[in-house]
Design a protein around this ligand. Structure first.
Ligand SMILES: [Zn+2]
Ligand SMILES: [Zn+2]
Length: 537
């Protein structure tokens, strides 16, 4: 059976624009997807907009619009931004789609049939005026510790955490009237039943996961896994397919993370393959989850527990690609500091490859990294416009000018060929393991290697000799380097690689060493990358 890559990119929440932090956390997913396809694997790469939950309903209330209009607006924005950055999701969807809802409902029924959902009844705050149960966020009252007026389950004055039952003089924040209590029922997911399974799973995966994933998961497990409510009182979300739950919706933590399964299934159906079979653990599936550090337990604890509750034969996450944070100009990024750079702003001002290359070369894989525009520009100028662009341009423009674009016959230097062949194996292994930053550093090394080869051979001198054998060999070797760079670099800088493929008449890039015909005519020589003026300090 062919090797398979299932890649789940984290679902951005429809409440804020995408910024460089999102990009740094999510771009590794696209690099992996492109790499997997170059290898000829069966790749399913999915993500979507997380569009339910109270932050959106509260904002909708404030702005006097519908939650759907907010979700749709951000969904359109996210779709535009991902496209501008060259993301190649097989499906980028949203949790408000009908097939996601139907898929989640199916899974909920399955989990219920397997005995991992049960009903609880408990007393809950109720507003008679609004005619509904009020959540922690929708209630205010006096803090049981300091007595000051606060909202929710945590005091904004003394920071104490408590159950809203312990507050006094409680009022509904929507209408201002005093609340009462009523008996309310919910469906609970028996997460506690998976404590031991998840502990064993974590032990087994620890050698393969990033350290932050192992540490965050262990911290989470140490607190003991509590059962979690899978339903809540809200009217914006996925309907609960159980009688008596008409006024409730499925909790976002339960349904959004299942988007990997509902969307993966959608893609599989389009391709006419059986998704359950595709996701079955058989040793040929790499199951990747791409997200920031704050999302780790959802992918290492909650999602695997849901998968086990559905069907024990499903493959659990094999690779957790969990990033640390991005700082901006040596400061923590935040909306209040106003130092967020949006993905849209980057897409409008800089070449896609420049942003992708910089983001991957300095990806926050193991520690926080610093992002700055001057760094982005100088990295791009140095390695892409300078290093790679220059190597291509020096060779090809010379051939155009002196030889009418006809590549002379020559032999590829066997030492160079051996070096390049080795890179397919070593960079490939890094890619597959999610060590993408190191694989990107290998790109830099190869660019420098190629330029050094050119400088050492001095083809501009060789071209003046009576016999053009040396020039032909040097040129063949440089063309060979270029053709293979187009393959090896395509996951990170696809635009430049497409241009290279075109001028070299390569029909299809792939993760295999390529040797071009002995002599052929070049296509139009492109300007691979144009330098950007560096800002003066
Ligand atoms: Zn307090
Ligand atoms: Zn009320």
């Amino acid at each position: 059976m062919n090797k398979r890559f299932f890649i789940g990119g984290a679902w951005p929440y429809a409440n804020n624009s995408l910024h460089v932090g999102h990009l740094a956390a999510l771009l590794p997913g696209d690099v992996l997807a492109r790499f997997g396809r170059l290898c000829g694997y069966d790749v399913i790469y999915v993500s979507g907009t997380d569009s339910h939950g109270t932050p959106i309903t509260e904002r909708a209330k404030r702005e006097k619009v519908t939650p759907a209009s907010i979700a749709e607006q951000y969904h359109a924005e996210f779709t535009r931004d991902f496209e501008a950055m060259g993301f190649t999701y097989d499906k980028y969807t949203a949790t408000f789609t009908d097939y996601h809802k139907a898929g989640v409902q199916d899974i909920l029924r399955k989990i219920q049939a397997n005995g991992y959902l049960y009903e609880t009844t408990e007393e809950q705050d109720y507003c008679e005026t609004c005619g509904k149960f009020v959540s922690d966020r929708e209630i205010e009252g006096n803090c049981p510790v300091c007595g000051k007026l606060t909202r929710g389950d945590q005091c904004e004055h003394c920071n104490a955490s408590f159950d809203s039952k312990m507050m006094t003089e409680k009022r509904c924040r929507t209408c201002g009237n005093a609340t009462t209590t009523r008996m309310n029922k919910h469906l609970m997911f028996a997460l506690s039943k998976f404590q031991k399974d998840i502990e064993e799973f974590t032990e087994k995966m620890a050698p393969h996961w990033r350290l932050n994933a192992v540490n965050e998961t262990k911290k989470y497990l140490q607190q003991g896994l509590p059962d979690r409510a899978a339903t809540r009182d809200l009217d914006w979300g996925v309907e609960v397919p159980v009688e008596g739950y008409e006024s409730k919706r499925i909790y976002v933590w339960f349904e959004a993370v299942l988007g990997y399964m509902t969307t993966g299934k959608w893609v599989a159906e389009q391709r006419g393959i059986d998704f359950n079979e595709y996701m079955t653990e058989d040793g040929n599936l790499n199951n990747y989850y791409i997200h920031g550090k704050d999302n780790i337990p959802f992918h290492t604890v909650i999602f695997p527990a849901l998968l086990m509750a559905m069907d024990r034969s499903l493959c659990l996450p094999t690779h957790i690609v969990s990033s640390e944070y991005v700082n901006m100009n040596d400061e923590k990024m935040s909306k209040s500091k106003g130092n967020l750079i949006s993905v849209h702003e980057l897409a409008e001002n800089y070449p896609m490859d420049a942003v992708r290359f910089y983001t991957m070369l300095y990806n926050p894989e193991r520690r926080d990294v610093n992002f700055s525009i001057p760094d982005l520009i100088s990295t791009y100028n140095k390695f892409l416009a300078g290093g790679l662009g220059n190597f291509v341009n020096r060779n090809l423009s010379f051939l155009k000018k002196k030889f009418g674009g006809v590549v002379p016959a020559g032999k590829v230097d066997p030492a160079v060929a051996a070096h390049v062949e080795g890179l397919y194996a070593s960079m490939g292994e890094k890619m597959e393991n999610g060590d993408l930053r190191s694989a990107t550093e290998d790109m830099v090394t190869l660019i420098q290697y190629a330029n050094k080869y050119y400088d050492d051979q001095k083809p501009w001198v060789q071209a003046k000799a009576e016999e053009l054998t040396d020039f032909g060999n040097t040129t063949a070797t440089c063309i060979y380097l270029m053709a293979n760079m187009a393959n090896l670099f395509a996951p990170v800088i696809p635009e430049g690689c497409e241009k290279l493929a075109k001028v070299l008449n390569i029909e299809q890039l792939s993760w295999n060493p390529v040797t071009l015909p002995e002599t052929f005519t070049l296509g139009e020589v492109p300007i691979l990358y144009t330098r950007i003026d560096e800002p003066k300090n």
